[in-house]
Design a protein around this ligand. Structure first.
Ligand code: THU
Length: 139
């Protein structure tokens, strides 16, 4: 059963807190730019992610994608919001925007800095105009 969850300020704070906690587990020895993410699904669960780098640089991946892939691999498809925490309030990369867009453009993206300050809040539709989506595969 789908439990609709409204994005309240309390939830916003909870997501940012979880992303900050997750960020401590980031594996970023090459960039020294740890990132944490926390993704809220319509089932009410929160999936975290961190960036995981690799000595073969391009094989590393971003925190947002780890969170989305964890959620999808647990059967989740509907997402409400994602908090992304970086040291300087950096925004999600294009590849992560595309991965998130697969599951809906209404997603709220909360961008916070290392102190947990919300720097920006936008929908994915705002962050990725003209996204290539599943319907675009049809003739
Ligand atoms: N990174 C993320 O985890 N998410 C983003 O949206 C931007 C970049 C990671 C990738 C790499 O491990 C480090 O930050 C520097 O680019």
């Amino acid at each position: 059963m789908k439990i609709p969850t409204k994005l309240t300020n309390e939830l916003r704070q909870q997501l940012i807190h979880k992303a900050m906690e997750a960020r401590k587990l980031a594996y970023a020895p090459y960039s020294n730019y740890p990132v944490g993410a926390a993704l809220l699904t319509t089932s009410g669960k929160i999936y975290t992610g961190v960036n995981v780098e690799n000595a073969a640089y391009p094989t590393g991946t971003c925190a947002e994608r780890v969170a989305v892939f964890k959620a999808v691999s647990e059967g989740e498809r509907e997402f409400i919001a994602i908090a992304v925490v970086t040291g300087n309030g950096g925004t999600p990369c294009g590849a992560c925007r595309q991965v998130m867009a697969e599951f809906g453009l209404d997603l709220s993206v909360l961008i916070a800095d290392g102190e947990g300050k919300l720097r920006q809040e936008a929908t994915l539709a705002d962050l990725l105009p003209g996204a290539f989506r599943p319907g675009d595969m049809r003739k």
